[in-house]
Design a protein around this ligand. Structure first.
Ligand code: C2E
Ligand code: MG
Ligand code: MG
Ligand code: MG
Length: 278
């Protein structure tokens, strides 16, 4: 009986694995075409200044809009692209779109409307990464301070010396560096000691609700204090409830990003939102 059960499990496992491989193969077959035909679309999720509750910049988030209208979220294709290297071209494509957007819509309006882009950890191993970013802002003639770079916390655990050099280079070139998903694990405290991060991005979804809520608030308070004393700004992301907004305000958080204020939206809707908020 035991053996029978094992075989059922194994069969299910094989089936799931087969489905996964087919799904990934489809993604790989379609990605080149999708890039050429503009199926990768950049959405914008506004960030809100907590003092005044008004939009102040946004994060660019990619979506895959297929010809048949279905939208695929990055969680489904970014890991595949990270394992086959295609992410380097997709990231560059997104940054290019964002720079063009900044050039056409924001650059003449003032400092507050910066856009942050995500940088895959794979890009840290791309020898052209730093130069291509610098060339991009030169191509569009936008000050690099308009383009903020989000690097996920886990990427910082890779090779400290290499990342320190990359961050130094980017700072000298005028870019702002955010540590994304702070608190999700890994050795971030150690990293903060050695690497000069400008903005800490804390994901509220990492703080569990219910019985440990109070402890979560204490940790958050300490993190924000630490960030301030290291001269970092703090953004909370994944903020969905008013209660969280009030707490973050009380604790002195600088910016909020989350469904409570706005979901990621099309470029057109983001421009409308900016016009309304003026
Ligand atoms: P991330 O950079 O941490 O982006 C935040 C994610 O949280 C986004 O998911 C956003 O839609 C979602 N989010 C924002 N506020 C809320 C909220 O209040 N509640 C909930 N439940 N979710 C919220 P999305 O767009 O699906 O992106 C997922 C991840 O995919 C991103 O996490 C980022 O790591 C990656 N990603 C997205 N676009 C790009 C890109 O152009 N390049 C690279 N390399 N990665 C990207
Ligand atoms: Mg991000
Ligand atoms: Mg994040
Ligand atoms: Mg600093």
């Amino acid at each position: 009986q035991c053996k029978g059960q094992y075989m059922i499990h194994e069969a299910r496992y094989t089936e799931e694995l087969r489905a996964k491989i087919i799904r990934e193969q489809n993604i790989i077959n379609e990605m080149e075409h999708a890039l050429e035909t503009g199926e990768f679309v950049v959405y914008f999720q506004p960030k809100y200044e907590l003092d005044h509750c008004r939009p102040s910049g946004a994060e660019a988030l990619v979506r895959w809009k297929k010809a048949d209208g279905t939208i695929v979220s990055p969680g489904d294709f970014i890991p595949v692209f990270e394992s086959n290297g295609f992410i380097i071209r997709l990231d560059y494509y997104v940054w290019d779109q964002v720079c063009r957007f900044i050039k056409n819509n924001l650059a003449h309006r003032g400092d507050s409307e910066v856009i942050s882009v995500n940088v895959s950890r794979v890009n840290l191993y791309n020898p052209d990464f730093l130069e291509s970013l610098v060339n991009l802002v030169e191509k569009y003639k936008i000050p690099p301070k308009y383009l903020n770079l989000e690097l996920t916390e886990s990427a910082f655990s890779d090779d400290a010396r290499m990342i320190q050099n990359a961050v130094d280079y980017l700072h000298k070139a005028g870019f702002t560096i955010l540590m994304d998903d702070f608190g999700s694990g890994y050795s971030s405290l150690n990293v903060l000691k050695d690497i000069d991060i400008d903005v800490l991005k804390i994901d509220m979804r990492f703080l569990s609700k219910g019985s440990s809520e109070e402890r979560g608030e204490k940790i958050l308070e300490a993190v924000i204090k630490m960030a301030k004393s290291l001269d970092m700004l703090v953004i909370a992301e994944g903020v969905e409830e008013e209660k969280q907004v009030k707490m973050l305000k009380r604790l002195g958080c600088d910016y909020i990003q989350g469904y409570y204020f706005a979901k990621p939206m099309s470029k057109k809707d983001y421009v409308k939102l900016l016009q309304k908020s003026r």
